[in-house]
Design a protein around this ligand. Structure first.
Ligand code: RB5
Length: 171
């Protein structure tokens, strides 16, 4: 996992993983927090208490921003289905988020597509599968193969063009 923090040597570097959930994902996020291995530096961006009226975009934006700004190397979002959190996170440039409920996609999404935020649906899967998905995601690395980098470049160019069009429209 790429990323450096000033004053921290390579040996002491712990990849930072940002976590967020609304009320739909609150309990599962807590389970993940309790079980995540110590090799990761966990940044819990809430919800910090169960609030049935909270809204997933608030937590999805916080996690997405943490990843986009490199404050965290990876993000994990949990909502009821995982869908709303995923759609929201992908609105932040630099974020490549996906809802993965199978372990193949959870690692292949990183290896081929440089996915940096994993979304989970707490009303859809249980904690054991969620943990396996998280481990598959966190252990995976973006492939060095040229074709995947070429595809990522195309993806980033689309993002750039869309941002440019938006800024042209607002001027
Ligand atoms: C909240 O009730 C629920 O709509 C939310 O957690 C999520 O499932 C949205 O995609």
């Amino acid at each position: 996992m790429a990323g450096k923090r000033p004053g921290i040597t390579e040996k002491d570097f712990k990849p930072r993983v940002a976590l967020g959930a609304d009320h739909g994902g609150y309990l599962l996020k807590n389970e993940l927090l309790a079980r995540l291995p110590g090799q990761y530096d966990i940044l819990d961006l809430g919800a910090h208490k169960y609030d049935p009226d909270d809204d997933y975009p608030d937590f999805a934006e916080a996690v997405a921003q943490a990843v986009a700004s490199s404050r965290a190397q990876r993000g994990i979002l949990v909502c009821g289905s995982g869908v709303g959190a995923c759609i929201t996170a992908n609105k932040v440039p630099g974020v490549r988020s996906c809802l993965c409920h199978d372990t193949y996609s959870a690692h292949q999404g990183v290896e081929h597509d440089d996915m940096n935020v994993l979304c989970l649906g707490a009303r859809v899967i249980g904690v054991e599968l969620a943990m396996e998905l998280v481990i598959a995601f966190l252990n995976a690395h973006f492939s060095k193969e040229e074709r995947y980098h070429c595809r990522l470049k195309k993806m980033l160019a689309i993002e750039k063009r869309a941002l440019r069009r938006q800024s042209d429209d607002s001027n």
